[in-house]
Design a protein around this ligand. Structure first.
Ligand SMILES: [Zn+2]
Length: 99
């Protein structure tokens, strides 16, 4: 399957979002072949794992490459917010900081 967005490009998007949220560099982005998860965040290890499959064409087909990138950025931001709020829950601060 052809990757529409490469892992290298996803890492760049990750760095942009991380800096925007004012988070330190000690957070890793890893790629995994999950069956049903889009992404997972491990708060203590400061690791975000993305399902490699969401980089692929099937996820972008509907609205094109720009929307695919936007989707990916939102997924990454969502996971980074869990690290920023130090919580796996979607507490009020989570939503406040999204504004
Ligand atoms: Zn969440």
């Amino acid at each position: 399957m052809i990757a529409v967005i490469t892992e290298k490009e996803a890492l760049k998007l990750f760095e942009i979002e991380r800096r925007r949220l004012g988070l330190e560099e000690n957070i890793s982005l890893e790629f995994r072949d999950y069956k049903s998860w889009i992404a997972a965040t491990f708060l203590n290890k400061r690791i975000i794992r993305l399902n490699r499959n969401i980089l692929k064409k099937g996820w972008a087909r509907k609205n094109g490459i720009d929307n695919h990138r936007k989707f990916l950025r939102r997924v990454i931001k969502h996971e980074l917010m869990h690290i920023k709020t130090k919580s796996k829950w979607h507490n009020p601060r989570y939503f406040w900081d999204l504004m």
